[in-house]
Design a binder for this molecule. Structure first.
Ligand code: AMP
Length: 176
């Protein structure tokens, strides 16, 4: 298994969810055990000695990857969800999406000053979602160690929104 095998298992779906977007569908990759194992290894390994206490995942596909990374690192999992989904007290950040405006919420007690947090998502596109996630975690006083994504859409410049603030790693780069 190598990165080109992973890349071959990411399916481009033209025009989803709106005409001008090519959606990176990772379900073929998730369905392949060896690809899934390799993906989790690639996401988690660089942080093995980083003292990570919580892995935060972004709804929805970040929820698929982040708990596996959390288990690999011996850390807990924290969900960052779309507005109105988390039941307890929340903090919210609004952001611009590649296809619309949205918000992200975290439970106020999900992380705190004693936590070292790794942020995980499937795709970084324009970077707005990542920006909101970073602000939520830091807003609760936690130490954000880094962010890792499976796929970076380099041509959309999301990385520039985060530069100098957090170290972003991506496993598969498209058009960067
Ligand atoms: P952005 O805020 O523009 O960086 O968008 C990132 C978020 O939207 C991530 O949570 C992705 O799951 C999702 N997303 C944005 N663009 C795509 C795409 N082309 N394919 C798959 N997911 C995407």
């Amino acid at each position: 298994m190598d990165l080109e095998n992973l890349r071959a298992l990411v399916r481009d779906v033209e025009g989803f969810p709106i005409p001008e977007v090519t959606f990176k569908d990772i379900t073929p990759l998730l369905a392949d055990l060896r690809a899934l194992e390799y993906t989790v290894e690639m996401l988690a390994t660089p942080y093995e000695n980083a003292g990570i206490t919580k892995v935060a995942g972004i709804e929805a596909r970040g929820f698929v990857l982040a708990p596996a990374v959390a288990l690999a690192l011996g850390a807990g999992f924290v969900p960052l969800r779309k507005p109105g989904k988390l039941p307890y007290q929340t903090r919210r950040e609004e952001y611009q999406l590649e296809y619309g405006v949205d918000g992200l919420e975290i439970h106020v007690d999900a992380v705190g000053p004693d936590d070292r947090v790794l942020l995980v998502d499937d795709v970084i596109a324009t970077g707005g979602t990542a920006r909101a996630g970073i602000d939520l975690i830091r807003g609760l006083g936690a130490d954000l160690v880094g962010m890792v994504v499976l796929i970076e859409l380099g041509f959309l410049g999301g990385r520039e929104k985060l530069d100098g603030e957090v170290v972003l790693r991506s496993i598969l780069m498209y058009g960067g």
